[in-house]
Design a protein around this ligand. Structure first.
Ligand SMILES: [Fe+2]
Length: 469
């Protein structure tokens, strides 16, 4: 006797018959372990088998005798098998790979506008090293100003003016060497440069009245991240602050996906502990939120399954011992995979509130995500117990506890991690005043919140914010 699974847009299962199994939706955990019969849910507890899911064979039927239960096996249940996936055209990751910068960039153009995002890189010779490698590959390099903060409308417009003063041509490209801020700035500048009739970035930003679409090809964007956090190197949007309007808005287009991403974890070795902690927690938040997002797909979830393990330990180590390369490598890959995942699945409550915290209390993105993550997961615990249990087992190792206990253990562990990394636990410690909560509620309702697996009313959001204030 065995159980079968038919994959036909939605997963269905039943007892073995001569033909296809009768259409019947699986319980949340459908894989069964002989050692954990309680996981059998509503199925007979003897002789059940695990059905292998093959995204390639859409109607493939497999029965895997005596397969151990994996909580991961049930993760595609109920998910639509109709989706899209976008990613940068070429991704290169590896310690020391920045030595290949020139040869990787050379096929993309002849002249490079270089946007540095960190003065530390300059002090450590990394900026000059990048310029030298590009010039050795016979590329002309035009360094632009260094912008170290989250980019504003004025920053973008200034960079665009600088690029336009050099009469940009089709053989030019834009290279961001920095954190998410530098990469976002490069994306926004590339968009405006492609539309000479448009004066500045404001008209391209979401939420702007009479917003215009990005209709032309942009200069190829090369992203060389020097932090391990935002994942901006893998996404199609750039976040730009508009201080006058007290808002952070995105420019979003598939044309803004970097043509080339070069991730060299060695570039993050000099990051100070505070930046390491905030960016690393941003990546962890992105991985978790994209996994439980209501727009998650099997493909985006696979990235999380590879990206999340080891991140908590790596973050602890990298904050304590900045030069620990293996930890930096884990975090660099986690950030990259989180960007690929979130670009295709959306995020959730923590990121929704983080945007508002940046606007109203000037809290940096990573810090805001970190403070909000436990509260966001508690809010989603009931509707995403199994998924959070899966991530818990993945991150912290398997145990004999129930899915609910495992999910709770994940939240507890993240709270302890915040304590260890000296991340404030309350919004008031970040300078948020209680009378600002209504503003935060109003301005948290952006794109990220739409991905949250559980609906969030204004009253519920207020309650969440009160709990963490
Ligand atoms: Fe983020």
């Amino acid at each position: 006797m065995s159980s079968q699974v038919l994959i036909d847009r939605r997963l269905v299962a039943g007892r073995e018959t001569d033909g296809w199994a009768p259409a019947r939706e699986l319980p949340p955990r459908f894989a069964v372990d002989a050692h954990r019969p309680e996981l059998a849910g509503g199925f007979p507890r003897d002789g059940l088998r695990v059905a292998a899911f093959s995204p390639l064979g859409n109607r493939e039927l497999k029965s895997v005798p005596d397969c151990r239960c994996s909580p991961l096996a049930g993760s595609v249940v109920g998910m639509s098998l109709s989706y899209e996936f976008t990613a940068p055209r070429r991704i290169v990751l590896g310690s020391g790979r920045r030595k290949d910068l020139g040869t990787l960039v050379a096929p993309l153009g002849r002249r490079v506008f270089l946007l540095p995002g960190s003065r530390v890189l300059e002090q450590h010779g990394e900026l000059q090293g990048a310029i030298d490698r590009l010039r050795q590959a016979h590329l002309e390099v035009i360094p632009l100003e260094t912008v170290t903060h989250e980019p504003t409308v004025a920053d973008v417009d200034r960079v665009v003016t600088a690029i336009r003063s050099h009469q940009p041509q089709g053989t030019d490209l834009l290279l961001a060497l920095g954190g998410g801020s530098a990469i976002d700035l490069a994306k926004a500048a590339a968009a405006v440069v492609a539309h000479p009739e448009v004066e500045g970035i404001s008209r391209f930003l979401e939420g702007t009245p009479e917003k215009i679409e990005l209709t032309r090809e942009v200069l190829p964007i090369v992203a060389v991240p020097t932090t391990a956090g935002t994942g901006s190197e893998a996404t199609r949007n750039g976040v730009i602050s508009s201080p006058e309007q007290r808002a952070k808005r995105s420019i979003r287009s598939e044309r803004l996906l970097p043509r080339l991403v070069l991730v060299d974890p060695e570039l993050t070795l000099s990051l100070p502990p505070k930046v390491t902690a905030a960016t690393g927690l941003d990546a962890i938040t992105q991985l978790i939120e994209s996994y439980i997002s209501r727009r998650a797909t099997p493909l985006s979830r696979m990235l999380v399954l590879q990206g999340l393990p080891g991140t908590c330990d790596a973050l602890r180590t990298a904050c304590r011992e900045g030069g620990h390369l293996p930890s930096r490598e884990i975090l660099a890959q986690a950030a990259l995979l989180s960007g690929l995942a979130l670009a295709n699945s959306g995020l959730g409550l923590a990121h929704g509130v983080a945007a508002a915290l940046g606007v109203h209390a000037d809290v940096s993105h990573g810090l805001a995500c970190a403070v909000m993550l436990p509260a966001a997961l508690r809010y989603n615990l009931d509707c995403k117990t199994d998924d959070l249990a899966t991530l818990s087992w993945l991150l912290l190792g398997p145990t004999a506890e129930s899915p609910r206990q495992a999910a709770q253990r994940l939240i507890d562990t993240l709270e302890i991690l915040l304590l260890e990394l000296q991340i404030p636990r309350q919004l008031r410690e970040l300078g948020v005043r209680h009378e600002q909560l209504p503003d935060l509620v109003r301005d948290s309702r952006g794109n990220s919140l739409n991905g949250n697996p559980r609906d969030v009313s204004e009253a519920e959001l207020r309650e969440v914010l009160e709990s963490v204030w």
